[in-house]
Design a protein around this ligand. Structure first.
Ligand code: 4AD
Ligand code: MG
Length: 461
């Protein structure tokens, strides 16, 4: 049997029942003849206060105790006279399991900067902030599965190693077992026929194309897995390795896709407010003031819809405030996205029908032949949270688009088969999981919402 966690203990009746608390010491305070030890085990935001009478036999252990040490405490669960907690432990025994010497343990009681903690990624989950991020991340991951399960989407595992470029953008990490050093010395060009897979392969940038093959069989599917981008973007919103959720639906048009995205986000915000209330209260107080009412207001709102063309017109009216002057055909910059969400919509906004030149090859061409049925869900503070589209279901259009872009249709024969056999209107989107976590926690840097961030020049641990 597993022994109860603090989360479970604090839910028990405070009727002086005998309990065992195991965890790590956060603080130790001495007052008159009492010693207060705050123990945290990461199961919930709050720790458990254990109060010792210093006249007791526990004194020797208590005096040696320091922040970070692991302990096992026995005592009675009683109502707490102090404010800030409903229950506490009237402790009668303590065992020091593992010490954490004050001289060397880097996480002392004081507040540490996020930059400092990034260097200590193996220990930072022991802090309030990173413990809270980890719990929110875990709960939302579960919630994402719950949401899709309740809407009859099947979970599909798409490959991580792939030979196709799903976004046609080329920012891929190559996977090879060729001896690069020997090749460099020989001066010969690599022969990919001799490589592990007999051809060049990469880490996937998106599971979409493979998910689409299952959507054309199971109707509603989704993926949730790691994706990789070798973009040289050193920003607070980009990682080289991030997790993406990609639902894909057959017999669905862009309007269905937008409705799903809105319902999905509201479901997750409602869930996190309820299931992670303690953690959210911390983020609201210490990381992003007002995050709780903001999430609540988004849940109660209706998302604004605007076409790219109308969005650019709005931006052009205010052209003087931007570093990069907006014009029809430009890729929206983060300053533009910020303006649209914060000034135009005052909340999330779904921008649709982008110029085909700035979007991926698989998006459905509109009858104007200039724009595609793309949608980006933009949110205040962060910009793009979701990117998706209705897919081009017409074989001839899709082939033309692939050739026009200078891509090789031979590489996409399997994908084109989906349009050759039983094609239907189809839509889907992708949401960066870390962007979601950033949005709900208010954490400013994406490197602080994934345990071990991988970004340009950063692959420690
Ligand atoms: O807009 P993107 O590139 O779209 C796709 O990959 C499509 N295949 C999705 C689909 O239609 N199935 O990426 C989708 C989302 C973005 O909106 C953003 O939230 C996130 O993935 N994202 C990143 N997150 C962190 N770091 C990066 N480098 C990211 N690039 C994209
Ligand atoms: Mg995008």
């Amino acid at each position: 049997m597993l022994s109860p966690l603090i989360k479970e203990i604090v839910a028990l009746p405070a009727n002086a029942q005998d309990v065992i608390v195991r965890g790590w010491v956060r603080t130790k305070r001495e007052l008159k003849n009492l010693t207060f030890v705050e123990v945290n085990d990461g199961s919930c935001f709050s720790g458990l206060q254990c109060t010792f009478d210093r006249a007791g036999s526990t004194n020797a252990v208590l005096s040696a105790l320091s922040t970070g040490a692991s302990v096992e405490i026995r005592g009675y669960l009683v109502p707490s006279p102090g404010s800030g907690q409903a229950v506490e432990i009237a402790a009668y025994a303590i065992a020091l399991i593992g010490e954490a010497p004050v001289e060397t343990y880097p996480l002392q009681k004081k507040r540490h900067s996020l930059e400092f903690l990034r260097e200590l990624a193996h220990l930072r989950a022991r802090t309030n902030t990173f413990g809270a991020v980890a719990r929110v991340r875990s709960r939302l991951a579960q919630g994402i599965h719950e949401f899709f399960h309740s809407h009859n989407f099947q979970y599909v595992h798409t490959p991580i190693i792939t030979a196709s470029d799903a976004e046609g953008a080329g920012a891929m990490f190559q996977v090879t077992t060729l001896d690069l050093k020997a090749l460099a010395i020989s001066g010969k060009a690599p022969d990919y026929g001799q490589d592990f897979f007999g051809k060049p392969t990469y880490l996937t940038v998106s599971g979409q194309l493979e998910a689409e093959t299952y959507a054309t069989a199971l109707s509603r599917v989704y993926t949730f897995g790691p994706t990789f981008r070798a973009e040289n973007s050193n920003t607070t919103r980009h990682l080289a390795e991030f997790w993406m959720i990609e639902p894909e639906m057959a017999f669905a048009v862009l309007e269905d896709n937008m409705a799903l995205a809105e319902e999905f986000l509201k479901y997750l915000f409602t869930l996190v407010l309820e299931a992670c209330a303690g953690d959210l209260a911390f983020f609201d107080a210490h990381i992003e003031k007002g995050i709780i009412p903001t999430l609540q207001s988004v849940i109660d709102s209706t998302f604004t819809h605007i076409t790219y063309t109308d969005a650019v017109a709005e931006l052009e009216k205010n052209a003087t405030v931007f570093e990069l002057k907006p014009y029809w055909g430009c890729d929206l910059q983060s300053e533009h996205e910020k303006f649209l969400t914060e000034k135009v919509a005052g909340g999330p906004v779904i921008v649709t029908d982008y110029p085909k030149e700035i979007k991926a090859f698989y998006m459905k061409l509109n009858s104007d032949e200039k724009t595609v049925r793309a949608m980006d869900v933009l949110v205040p503070r962060l910009g793009e949270l979701i990117g998706g589209s209705q897919r081009e279901e017409n074989l001839a259009n899709l082939e033309k688009r692939i050739t026009d872009l200078g891509m090789n249709p031979e590489d996409y024969t399997w994908y084109l088969d989906l349009r050759r056999y039983g094609t239907a209107p189809q839509s889907g989107f992708g949401m960066g999981f870390e962007r979601l976590i950033q949005y709900v926690t208010g954490m400013a840097n994406i490197r602080d919402v994934i345990p071990y961030p991988r970004a340009v020049g950063q692959a420690e641990f």
